[in-house]
Design a protein around this ligand. Sequence first.
Ligand SMILES: *Cc1c(COP(=O)(O)O)cnc(C)c1O
Length: 351
Amino acid sequence: MTQFWSAATKGLSPYIPGEQPRVPDLIKLNTNEHALTPSPRALKAIANESPDALRRYPDPNATSLVTAIAELEGLSPENVFVGNGSDEILAHTFQGLLTSAEELVTPDITYSFYPVWASLYGMQHHKVPLKQDFSVDVDGLCHTNGAVLLANPNAPTGMTVELSELERLISSKPERLVVIDEAYFGFGAASAVQLLGSHQNLLLTRSLSKSHALAGLRVGYALGPGDLIEGLRRIKDSFNSYPLDALAQVGAEAALRDTDWLSDASRLIIENRVFVSEKLEGLGFSVCPSQANFLFAQHPNVSGKVLFEGLRERNILVRRWDYPRIDNYLRITIGTKDQCMMLVEALSEMV
Ligand SMILES: *Cc1c(COP(=O)(O)O)cnc(C)c1O
């Protein structure tokens, strides 16, 4: 009975996540999940959690996890906020912080959830076009006045803005908030965490979904100045006291403390990324330089749509958008070495 929908509900155009089909033997390279299984230490911590920990409510402040993140990042717990995936944290960031600005500023091509939140939280959205080569137009962003939200590395291009350029953006207008979405932290890009000490208008969000192979656990975190973090807490405590369940709290902490797992796993993804990138270029594709666990590529002779469908027939699922400027591109998650070889083999039959 849509008569009970509010005007706001009627006006929404919700985000459409990548498909999660339950097809056996499907090579699933469409949602940037990690190629490996998570840290064994994280799995053990989850398995060892006591029945009592499930009988009780979890720690609403996830104190142990927050303290661990602070320690690992050289920050204090007042600078750390955790949430049910970075999507939840970004939603709280809109409601609690970004809406203090006149408008939201993002690149035109970026994570397609941003315009959905802008609309949900009633913000004007100013889009600054990426340059011809899909790099972020930092000057263009500097010249705007609204609050900036930037994925770095950007999605779906995988391309990164250098730290010195980020700093130029952050310091160009200290009175405006800059939120950097580091969902693809860990795959080679420098983090803006080292800029936090000297800037009061900077907030970072991160996710365990990509870097730590824990998309199913739903854990993300934000790093920033104490008053921004406190703003997020005020929203969280007015929304859901327990966004992270007991298993997520212990699993995430063990995963983050297993820094050897992260460096080994990231090295493997980077190796596979270089392998696929070189093979695709050999087949004539142009490939964006990526520092994420995916590649964004197009072929001069065969359309993105035809390639997408050809891969699908061969049981390989990638992601593609019918958006201006990028409708010819495929976004391909970096899988295991075997998956990468099968992908390259399939594409070589089509171009
Ligand atoms: C995957 C992704 C997210 C969401 O991550 P979760 O922590 O799983 O909610 C946020 N931003 C970008 C750019 C992403 O690609």
